[in-house]
Design a protein around this ligand. Structure first.
Ligand code: MG
Length: 293
């Protein structure tokens, strides 16, 4: 920005022709610089299964990158919980959570947030369960990231340890689109990339509809999810193919299939190799959909 203002300043002292030549040269230099910039390798796989209804492989690096959208400044940041919501984390204590290892929640809590803490794989899990819900959660990826792709501030909102809404630093950094921030991991990229820079607080407002099975164990309703990322709709009642690969005991890069479970589900915050993501202001509303039917 500094060099740009110097260029603009110098233009005011020169004839128009020289200015035009200067701009042309600047454009040429800029184009050369862009061409010379190393092209980021996009990680991914093309030896995985084809996702139903698409031409794309699971974790396909060739799937189109969602367009970048700059979100509004604040949207639902620090949104107070509605009267019928249950506050899951108010920035002070983790009493509504437990370790997925069946122990007390031990993530660091300070300055109004909790941070993913070691040991690796030690996710946080809610003690409560809900069938269909509206979830508000705020998160920030680590400042000054050095990694790229899936190693860049990876965490996630896991539902029932079976379905993942990806949390990742996807600001100016690419990965396979069905694994970037706001993706239903391994299934559906976000409609757009509304990611904020690392270290800044971001919001997810998630509407979840649990899958249902009948008494015979037959799937009668698939799961649906709607996600707003920093106030931008990135998943619009997306139908899930099944469970997310690589969590809940399933093999990574295996085809997604539904595995029967109760309609009521818990929520987890993922500890992905100890990437120090932060979370704050988490609340949930039970939609009581079943009672209306
Ligand atoms: Mg993740």
């Amino acid at each position: 920005m500094k060099s740009l203002s110097l260029i603009h300043g110098s233009l005011s002292f020169r004839p128009r022709l020289v200015a035009a030549l200067g701009l042309a040269a600047l454009a040429a230099i800029s184009a050369t610089a862009q061409n010379a910039a190393p092209k980021q390798e996009i990680e991914g796989f093309t030896n995985t299964s084809i996702l139903p209804g698409t031409p794309w492989h699971q974790h396909d690096p060739n799937r189109p990158q969602p367009p970048v959208v700059t979100p509004g400044e604040t949207f639902s940041q620090m949104a107070p919980a509605p009267s019928d919501a249950e506050v899951l984390f108010d920035g002070k204590d983790l009493s509504k959570w437990e370790s997925t290892r069946g122990q007390a929640a031990t993530w660091k809590v300070q300055d109004g947030y909790t941070e993913v803490s070691m040991p690796r794989g030690n996710d946080l899990r809610t003690k409560g369960k809900w069938s269909d819900f509206q979830l508000h959660v705020e998160w920030a990826t680590p400042l000054n990231p050095t990694e790229h792709g899936q190693g860049r501030g990876n965490s996630g909102i896991l539902i029932n340890n079976q379905y993942e809404v990806q949390v990742l630093d996807s600001y100016n950094d690419k990965t396979y689109p069905d694994g970037q921030a706001g993706a239903i991991y391994g299934q559906m990229p976000p409609l757009v990339n509304a990611t904020k820079p690392p270290g800044q607080w971001q919001t997810y407002d998630i509407i979840w509809e649990s899958p249902r099975w009948n008494d015979k164990g037959e799937l009668t309703q698939k799961a649906y999810i709607t996600v707003l990322h920093n106030g931008v709709v990135i998943q619009h009642r997306t139908e899930l193919i099944g469970s997310t690969d690589g969590i809940g005991g399933g093999a990574w890069r295996s085809p997604s299939v539904y595995k029967k479970h109760d309609a009521a589900v818990f929520i987890e915050l993922q500890n992905h190799n100890g990437n120090p993501d932060r979370y704050r202001n988490i609340w949930i509303r039970d939609l009581h959909v079943a009672e209306r039917q």
